[in-house]
Design a protein. Sequence first.
Length: 51
Amino acid sequence: MSELESRELRDNIVDGLNRSFQKLVQEKKREDSELAIADKGQVITVKATEI
């Protein structure tokens, strides 16, 4: 796999992760729910409306 192909694959993966996160946040906002996020080893919960 060439460097260009590797870069394109990485970019596609990152794009997919970003889209998935946005969909998750939208769904949690509709449900007025919270998300659990790790911050420096600590798990915190955040209301989706605050993101």
